[in-house]
Design a protein around this ligand. Structure first.
Ligand SMILES: [Zn+2]
Ligand SMILES: [Zn+2]
Length: 160
């Protein structure tokens, strides 16, 4: 991860933390404002309307910042198909999400058999369900190529 990326991630996390803090503070203000309003009504005095005035914009700004901070990660994931970003997000949110990200990642590490649809390990040579060859081993260099490859990806020799 480069310096710029680190800084970007740091900004993102700061944005998220400020957003969540604002959100909590805003909700607290709004709740206190609401409680005070009903109290003020009973005691026939002026309610502390300013609590609401501060509370609601804080909720709005907090929500916006939180959403933006998450959206950046989502956009980046869609653009780069960057699974580690999900992992990183998962660590920040909860271990449950992290394990979900891991299962997505292990799903990507598997090869689907074109004949029967069985999920096989990425480096499997034959389908464990129907025995169809999943790889073509190059006679020349021994490199394992995809079963539909015409030429060796390592040495360029035609595969038979
Ligand atoms: Zn199969
Ligand atoms: Zn080869």
């Amino acid at each position: 991860m480069g310096e710029k990326e680190k800084q970007h991630n740091k900004n993102k996390i700061v944005l998220r933390i400020i957003g969540i803090v604002l959100l909590i503070a805003g909700v607290t203000c709004a709740i206190f404002g609401f409680i005070d309003m009903s109290k003020a009504f009973q005691e026939s005095r002026m309610p502390k309307i300013w609590l609401m005035f501060i509370g609601f914009p804080m909720i709005a700004i907090g929500m916006f910042m939180t959403v933006v901070s998450f959206q950046r990660s989502i956009n980046r994931f869609i653009k780069n198909e960057n699974v580690p970003v999900i992992n990183e997000m998962g660590r920040e949110i909860s271990p449950a999400l992290s394990s979900m990200a891991n299962s997505v990642k292990s799903g990507l590490d598997q090869t689907v058999c074109s004949q029967c649809g069985e999920l096989n390990d990425k480096d499997a040579m034959f389908c464990k369900s129907c025995g169809k060859p999943l790889m073509r081993v190059c006679d020349d260099c021994g490199e394992a190529n995809e079963s539909d490859a015409k030429f060796c990806k390592k040495c360029g020799k035609p595969l038979n």
